[in-house]
Design a protein around this ligand. Structure first.
Ligand code: BEZ
Length: 211
């Protein structure tokens, strides 16, 4: 199934390293990230899952639950966690979904057959509290993801869900944001009391509203 931004994130039940979960129940009212890695006991994946564990507080600050998934089985995941903890100096406390039958990977279009018919690529799905997919990023097996970028995307998604703004190129939290074109100029002052700059009628900046 090809999932796109705005689609409902499909539900599933699965075995994980934290026990059986119903995905939607597990997410509850939180934001969520489900991300795939190609295989357990592989070097790049080990660093990525280690980084996820190291960033536990950052994900918690953003009210976001994270789950990893590969097409390996539960015993493999459980055995690998010890290596991740040891080599990345952390404690994996988030669930890793066992998907040996590829049910979830197929549902989330994480298997790209021209890469592999059995292993997942590095997909990341950002899911909002209404279970809508808000962003999707996909990397090949050979390129480890940038988790600072994953947090930055999450910050942008959460900010733009709450305010009529968009985040410009290379935006980092705390920097000025762009006023949505849908906001009429006569409403800008009331909506953005911190002030604004008009560069062009369609290019208007304001300080980040929630900082
Ligand atoms: C890795 O995690 O290092 C990896 C996994 C599959 C293919 C290539 C690299």
């Amino acid at each position: 199934m090809s999932l796109r931004i705005g689609d409902y994130a499909p539900n599933f039940s699965a075995q994980t390293t934290l026990g059986e979960i119903d995905f939607h129940q597990w997410l509850g009212d939180s934001w969520g990230i489900i991300y795939s890695h190609p295989a357990d006991f592989t070097p790049v994946c080990t660093t990525e899952l280690g980084r996820t564990a190291q960033l536990k507080d950052e994900f918690e600050k953003r009210g976001t639950k994270v789950a990893a998934i590969s097409t390996d089985d539960l015993d493999s995941h459980i055995g690998w966690i010890d290596d991740i903890n040891e080599t990345q100096n952390t404690q994996v406390e988030f669930p890793i979904i066992a998907d040996a039958d590829k049910k979830v990977a197929t549902l989330y279009n994480m298997i790209h057959p021209n890469f592999s018919t059995t292993a997942t690529v590095r997909s990341v799905y950002f899911i909002d509290p209404d279970k809508k997919i808000q962003a999707i990023i996909t990397y090949p097996a050979s390129t480890g993801r940038n988790f600072a970028e994953i947090l930055r995307v999450l910050d942008s998604l959460q900010l733009t869900a709450a305010h009529s703004v968009a985040t410009p190129v290379d935006w980092e939290p705390g920097q000025d944001v762009i006023i949505s074109p849908s906001v009429k100029q006569e409403d800008v002052e009331a909506k953005f009391p911190k002030g604004h700059r008009v560069i062009k009628p369609y290019l208007r900046y304001t300080p980040q509203p929630n900082k």
